[in-house]
Design a protein around this ligand. Sequence first.
Ligand SMILES: C[S@@+](CC[C@H](N)C(=O)[O-])C[C@H]1O[C@@H](n2cnc3c(N)ncnc32)[C@H](O)[C@@H]1O
Length: 391
Amino acid sequence: MRIISLVIEKYASPGNGLGFYQDKAVFVPQTAIGDEVLVSVEKEKKRYIIGRLEELVKPASGRRKVPCPHYLECGGCDLLHLPYSDQLGLKKDMLVEVLAGAGIQVVVDLVAAPEEFYYRHRALFRRNQETGTFGFLRRRSHQVADVSGCLVLAQGLRILMKKLAVSTTLPEKTTTCYGLASSSGAFAAAADVGRNFQALSGIPESVTENYGFGDLELAASGFAQVNPAITRLMIRDLLRRCVDACEVAELYGGSGTFSLPLATIARHLTVYESDPAAAARCRRNAARNSLENVRLVSGRVEKKALPDSLDTLVVDPPRSGLQSLVIEKMVKSKASHLIYISCNPATLARDLVRLKAFDNGFVLDSLSAYDMYAGTTHLEVMASLKRLNPA
Ligand SMILES: C[S@@+](CC[C@H](N)C(=O)[O-])C[C@H]1O[C@@H](n2cnc3c(N)ncnc32)[C@H](O)[C@@H]1O
């Protein structure tokens, strides 16, 4: 193992420090500007090195004592060595920079997490094949780190992790388990066996969550928002942004996290979802809350027609963002207002540019960001767009 010594001079991205060794840039995750560090060389190229923090020779004054016992070993969080207010500042700067890189200037309002710790209600656990315990992957590795003292996992998931470790009925080839916990502490799990989900004996497959708009069935094998407290704030802001919404189409609706609230204000809500199990759950969730104005369209939205009568579009695509075909459909629709929820600033910025490039495309009106994943470099964004030339 080759060890080099350097001082972190700036951030390449939040918490990912950049220093120099001889004539090469060295990137070191989990560092702060001013840290004097000893770093092992994980990857070396002609112009740069990717290093792993081995020893803090002299910590920067802007650091805090890392509150998590697994921080250096586990690949889950990158910012726990920084005070929470600094984490927010770095994440906001990163978002502004990504948007500016696409030519978008906008005031960014970043909503802080109500709870910095124990907020994570959905997780992907990896099985350590030697010990049978579950944890997270180590940084840039296929080895599993112990995370029994994890500071961000909600209580339900910590209980689930212990239960999985002593389970004698896990399918033999289980390498990965999806866990989901509700705000009330219930938990559910699904094993990923060769890319197929399998229920686990004695552990439910789904939980009931309530974000303030009725009970919602969410499955461990499907998508669910990670942080219920932030999700509630996002729902509040979504409804504020949609006060005039009447004929609404929601693309990428999942099990209905945003559909139930939207259905309380819309006259008609059409929800598009490609995963048949999630679409069926969303339909059940609407029915159990007597929301008769919700229509589910199951299948890939690229292949489906949008409603003729439409004033508002709400989209919450996967990290890859919107396909060109979907953007064209949205621009051709009658919608005058678009809300774009995104977990990936890079694809959001790309899509904002594409949405504006049409004759009467959509232009960004305002944007809020949410610290859905405190301690990590990730965030959630909600952008509000209007037509370039309103009728
Ligand atoms: C980021 S999740 C959002 C789900 C939901 N809005 C929520 O908050 O729970 C994206 C959802 O889009 C669905 N999806 C992915 N590609 C799709 C497509 N081409 N057409 C329709 N739905 C799609 C996924 O199955 C997933 O449920």
